[in-house]
Ligand binder design. Sequence first.
Ligand SMILES: [Zn+2]
Length: 289
Amino acid sequence: MPELPEVETVRKGLELHVVGRTIATAQVLHPRVVRRDPAGPGGFAAALAGRPVKLAERRGKYLWLTVDDDEALLAHLGMSGQMLVGDPDRPLTPHVRARFTFADGGPDLRFSDQRTFGHLMLVPFAEVGGLRPLPAPIAHIAPDPMEAAFDPAAFADRLTSRHTGVKRALLDQSLISGVGNIYADEALWRAKLHWARPTGTLRRGEVSRLLEAVRDVLGEALRAGGTSFDAMYVNVNGESGYFDRSLQAYGREGEPCSRCGTPIRRDPFMNRSSYSCPRCQPRPRRAHW
Ligand SMILES: [Zn+2]
């Protein structure tokens, strides 16, 4: 499943290959891809024809193209979404759900999504609290820790005033966006914090350590994801070199912790799993499952 680093790699690709060009046609090849767009497949396609693409932006796992200055072509990659840029005459592959051609006749853009959890919609911008305008459906999503708008002091205040476990808080998109299950486990391992630690018991220093760990983990994954990116092909499939090389906790049940040698433990967590080192990340006396 694409997480923030993979989505950022796609955003950079779109910035390089699509920004500055004018959409000639938009085709919806499967109606499910625009299921959240009130205009439906016909309205979505008609509204994009002839529009210039000004910017490629991202917050958390959402990315969008700003068309003209007043609307956003908002995309969520879901489980398996890919953005493909290439020769407009190449054959259509079975999972392409939408296709965009450009007025310059150059490479086209295809949204491919095998499992169809991803979606596209054309939406207006909304301003919330005088901050930068965001596509209206995601205006409530908190800044992600890699963007300039992220305020570490405000994050610390909001985190420690919650009555929840620290991992649940990291996955809460209204508090901090773009941190998925894998990166949460990795950041908690680095910061030596147990995932069920009640947020109200975190000291300032621990919150700083956690935030630094989140940024380090995401930053390393971004650099790893960036290496699989070539000039003519923008592609994300939820796999980056990072997952193979650098995971210290996630998916490593029973393997020795690289810091202390204790076998990594797996606990069930919200229908998924949490991986941690029992020695480096001792379970708190009061745990918040
Ligand atoms: Zn350890």
